[in-house]
Design a binder for this molecule. Structure first.
Ligand code: MG
Length: 245
């Protein structure tokens, strides 16, 4: 029996419509909506305002969250920032941290006369053991002891440095080592570093503590330390979110 062409087209269109409806049913967005667990709400803040769940380590006015070599933090607070004072030693947070997300801004002196490690040297030590280097490395090749390096362990993948005298940002996620019941390290610490918005270490594993750390032994938590290296480096807007569960 000969089937009219119009009838063939009708059935083809009908079959196609059924297939489309079935596909849409399979892609129903409601099927992918999972509501549990409910993530906590966080006001992320902005350049001048810390996230709502952050611990503010320096808000521009005082160093009460920090201690110095002899107790009090004696770096100079001025114009919403603080500056390393010659002979004052480093500063450590009064709180010990494990897993953290840190935001910090720093500025090397505008005029630098030294070379190499004498160009605005300081550093951010997690647990007082692992240093992310602070240094003027503008226009230089990345180095194991240059700006953004995990000192003596890993050089940054890019040199994102700004010229001396300009404020620079570090956004760093540090994951503490994990230990077994006997105290042996079963997972090494890891660090991710964003320098001035550029990723320079991506979940980097740290096989040991860095030269200049206060100890060689790994630990579960410890203070964040700002290094005194003799140069008047400035810091401001320091905030940390604890990532410990
Ligand atoms: Mg240093």
């Amino acid at each position: 029996m000969h089937t009219p062409r119009s009838a063939v087209c009708f059935f083809l269109l009908l079959a196609l419509s059924v297939a489309v409806v079935a596909a849409q049913a399979q892609r129903d967005p409601a099927l992918t909506e999972v509501w549990d667990p409910v993530p906590p709400k966080v006001d992320p803040g902005d350049a001048s305002r810390a996230p709502s769940d952050a611990i503010v380590l320096f808000d521009g006015t005082d160093l009460s969250a920090w201690s110095g070599r002899d107790g009090a933090a004696e770096w100079k607070v001025e114009d919403g920032a603080f500056t390393i004072v010659p002979g004052a030693g480093g500063l450590a947070t009064r709180t010990a941290f494990g897993d953290v997300q840190l935001h910090l801004e720093w500025r090397s002196p505008t005029v630098l006369t030294g070379e190499g490690q004498d160009r605005g040297n300081s550093g951010v030590f997690f647990m007082s053991l692992y240093e992310v280097q602070v240094l003027d490395s503008y226009g230089q090749e990345p180095a194991l002891n240059g700006c953004g390096a995990v000192y003596s362990i890993a050089m940054p993948s890019e040199n994102a440095s700004l010229p001396p005298g300009q404020w620079q940002t570090y956004d760093i996620v540090f994951r503490a080592p994990r230990f077994d019941q006997a105290g042996a390290v079963v997972e090494l610490p890891r660090v991710t570093v964003v320098h001035n918005g550029t990723l320079i270490h991506d979940d980097r594993e740290l096989p040991g503590t860095t030269a200049g750390g206060l100890d060689r032994e790994m630990r579960a938590a410890g203070p964040i330390l700002l290094q005194f290296h003799g140069d008047p480096v400035r810091y401001r807007n320091i905030r940390v979110r604890s990532l410990d569960s």
